[in-house]
Design a protein around this ligand. Structure first.
Ligand code: NAP
Length: 250
């Protein structure tokens, strides 16, 4: 098989592919001729993303899964592995925020964020990683955040989850390396999506003042990095965290 035929046969799962960063990643992997399974919480959201990919000539299907539930992820993976011998690429991107100062944070705000952003990665990787290691080829990309590197007042739950994703990434990079399965993380800075659009203008102004490149990121800025990390070209890159943030964290 030549390189293009190899790419054609690859299957990629992208979580949180309905909107924002995940949708841009799904589109860029479809451009690499992968079959993309667009996972998101609501059927209408991942359905629209998959439909948009198909209408521009790509191959995509929608799969609504609530990633905060290990049971839902298990069922989804069973179905996926019945249909496909192996999922070659996994991008753990689904994420939520429930911001508050610690003394005002409810336990539910803590556990929702940890389950959705971090524990979901454990389940997806455990279930889809084994066939990857058997096939001796795989790409796993976890979408963390600069906040996982620096911390942020009002985001203890989110920062803990995002820092946890970095520890998970580095540990599994070591576990899977002998099988040519790479595991990397991306730490986006402030990206213009639904997650950030509702923030107070004052908070946005302060955030922008900390970005040397003087703009907020676009979902495509993250998708470009994810697309590279999922490609054949990134075969010698593993266990790394790539900050894509306009220079905010140096
Ligand atoms: P977004 O616009 O809010 O989109 C989030 C996506 O995640 C949606 O598709 C949503 O599904 C999905 N999702 C949320 N909860 C889910 C659940 N329980 N089960 C399945 N899917 C779920 O977010 P974004 O800004 O693109 O962020 C994507 C990732 O990048 C997140 O992990 C976020 O923490 C990280 N990040 C973002 C920024 C930023 O500035 N935007 C910065 C650093 C890191 P539906 O579409 O079905 O609702």
């Amino acid at each position: 098989m030549n390189e293009e035929q190899l790419e054609k046969s690859k299957v990629a799962v992208v979580t949180g592919a309905g909107r924002g960063i995940g949708r841009a990643i799904a589109e860029s992997l479809a451009e690499q001729k992968m079959k993309v399974i667009c996972v998101s919480k609501t059927e209408s959201s991942c359905g629209a993303a998959a439909e948009a990919i198909r209408s521009s000539g790509g191959d995509a299907v929608a799969m609504p899964v609530d990633v905060s539930s290990g049971e839902e992820i298990r069922k989804a993976c069973e179905n996926l592995l019945e249909e496909h011998e192996c999922v070659d690429v996994l991008v753990n991107n689904a994420g939520i925020t429930r911001d508050n100062l610690l003394f005002r944070m409810e336990e539910e705000d803590w556990s929702d964020v940890i389950n959705t952003n971090l524990t979901s990665c454990f389940h997806w990787i455990k279930l889809l990683g084994r066939p990857m290691t058997r096939k001796r080829w795989g790409r796993i990309v976890n979408i963390s955040s600069v906040v996982g590197l620096t911390g942020n007042a009002g985001q203890a739950n989110y920062a803990a989850a995002k820092a946890g994703m970095i520890g998970l990434t580095k540990s599994l990079a070591r576990e899977f390396a002998a099988r040519s399965v790479t595991v990397n993380a991306i730490a986006p800075g402030f990206i213009d999506t639904d997650m950030t659009s509702g923030l107070d203008e004052r908070i946005k102004e302060v955030a922008l003042s900390q970005v040397p490149l003087k703009r907020f990121g676009k979902s495509e800025d993250i998708a470009e990095m994810a697309s590279f990390l999922c490609s054949e070209k990134a075969s010698f890159v593993t266990g790394q965290v790539f900050t894509v943030d306009g220079g905010m964290v140096m």
